[in-house]
Design a protein around this ligand. Sequence first.
Ligand SMILES: NC(=O)c1ccc[n+]([C@@H]2O[C@H](COP(=O)([O-])OP(=O)(O)OC[C@H]3O[C@@H](n4cnc5c(N)ncnc54)[C@H](OP(=O)(O)O)[C@@H]3O)[C@@H](O)[C@H]2O)c1
Length: 327
Amino acid sequence: MIQLLIIGIVFLLGVFMVVVCVILSSPKCTSKVCLVGKTALVTGGSSGIGYQTVLGLAARGCRVIVADQNVDEKIQRSLIKESNNPNIIMQYVDLASFESVRELARRLTASEDKLDILINNAGIGKGPDKLSKDDLDDTWQINYFSAFLLTHLLIGLLKKSSAGRVIFTSSLLSHVHQLSSENITATEIKSSEYFLSYSDTKVALIIASDIFATKLNKFNITSNVYHPGIANTAIFERSMRNMEGIGEKALVFVLRLLLFFLNKTPEDGAQTALHLAVSREVENITGRYFGRLSETWKPRICKDKILCEKIWTTSETIVKLESNERL
Ligand SMILES: NC(=O)c1ccc[n+]([C@@H]2O[C@H](COP(=O)([O-])OP(=O)(O)OC[C@H]3O[C@@H](n4cnc5c(N)ncnc54)[C@H](OP(=O)(O)O)[C@@H]3O)[C@@H](O)[C@H]2O)c1
């Protein structure tokens, strides 16, 4: 009996150790593919995970356009110096404004022959509860609607690539969303204030990525979405400044603890985006959700085709797509 108990305890400890090792390990994108001749666009590439994604692409010879609201020359110089690749271009965009997104797309359509990789990385955790220039909740607009709009506006350039890849950035928090057919109306999205609107935007990105995957298949463009796990970036500090109330403060405490124990860097967080952007093994993979370089499961809501279709059509209306821009 005691022997059995000891075997049981040892077994449980073993399982626990394996789980801890898996959580603490950071798989790296080891693809050696050369990206000379390819052009990528990374939104939010001036800091955090986006910055590291730009470096990973540039180090492989890719021409990289960084689209961010911070286009400081110092960032460009630092990216060029670290990667030894002079082909890094900074482009201003304010993702809290649809006009700014359209302006960026116009500039890129005029300056670029093609786009091979589009990484919709930029995002915020919790904004200051103010409406954007387009009268929308800023978390929704920056994280989701602007990525939805930008991807539509860049399809023309992506089609000119021999095999375009679109990548969206979700989060593990996509699994604790509150999205439903009742709150996906334009009015509800506008008035969304609670922290969990972040999770809602992140599940909406998975849904949009899946539908893009289906609609873009005929153009040989893939669309996948990933979560970076948890990486110590400025997003937490910025979000925490806008958090109030006991629930949000408790969340801040848990996040700080996690960040301390996991000790993951922005470079760790960028690995799955790089894997999806460059690796040969995902060349023809589309419509999937990734984490830690492997396919992972999607929130159940992604199987609700009627709701997903509703989110897509509501999004088309909210970002004011012209009929010739719709897919
Ligand atoms: N870090 C994590 O653990 C984690 C976990 C899950 C998901 N993610 C996701 O990963 C992505 C990158 O986040 P991060 O952790 O690297 O955060 P970050 O360091 O704060 O980077 C976000 C980037 O987005 C840019 N950005 C924010 N608002 C913008 C706007 N209105 N217009 C243009 N650019 C804007 C920021 O520019 P400024 O610096 O000028 O504000 C910054 O360069 C986000 O989508 C985030 O939701 C991160």
